[in-house]
Design a protein around this ligand. Structure first.
Ligand code: FES
Length: 199
């Protein structure tokens, strides 16, 4: 079993975000404010992790639509390019959009089938096992309790990452090094029962 500390957090599997799709999730807790995130993939395959809030009126980007290599907000159809710059405002089609209009884009890295981000990550995200199958289970317990349980657990063949979702929920993702996905599913389900039963 491999714990993954540091400022990079896996917030989705690559297969959660095919080209042209937006995936809604969050990151936070553990004494940090929770941030809602919109993860989207442009038609050229590039992945973006943005705060899920349009800078215009605050509507969730995750309600919008990917159009080619841009994301279009659902409310007033402003368009935003990779990196977050607003490129087009339909109500003022001839206006050069000020550079100050910008989605909040987070650092992003893709590694071992996982999409990683963080508030202030350092270096590169960990490499846990290229090509391994990925399993995920939500656990209704805070990050610290899950970390403590995992430190005492015997989960052979699984490299684990944790995504805190506020103060009461954590997503546990396991990369299955030995290919035995059924065993991994059973182990993660047992871990979840153990943690939630003692709550
Ligand atoms: S709220 Fe997004 S374009 Fe207006």
């Amino acid at each position: 079993m491999t714990m993954v500390p540091g400022n990079w957090y896996a917030v989705a599997a690559e297969h959660d975000v095919p080209a042209g799709h937006i995936y809604r999730t969050a990151l936070g807790g553990n004494d940090q404010a929770i941030r809602e995130l919109a993860i989207w993939r442009a038609s050229d395959g590039a992945v973006q992790v943005w705060e899920d809030r349009c800078p215009h009126r605050g509507v969730r980007f995750s309600l919008g639509e990917v159009v080619g290599d841009e994301l279009r907000c659902q409310y007033h159809a402003w368009r935003f390019a990779k990196g977050g710059a607003c490129t087009f405002i339909p109500a003022q089609p001839d206006m050069k959009v000020p550079g100050s209009i910008h989605a909040k884009a987070w650092p992003v890295a893709v590694s071992a089938g996982l999409i990683w981000t963080g508030v202030d990550p350092v270096g590169e995200p960990p490499v846990l096992g290229e090509g391994a199958a990925i399993r995920a289970v939500p656990v209704a317990r805070p990050l610290a309790e899950v970390e403590t349980a995992l430190a005492q657990a015997d989960l052979p063949g699984l490299a684990l990452t944790l995504q805190p979702l506020g103060d009461t929920e954590t997503i546990v993702r396991g990369l299955v090094a030995n290919g035995d996905c059924a065993a991994a599913d059973r182990a993660l389900a047992a871990l979840r029962r153990q943690l939630e039963c003692v709550a």
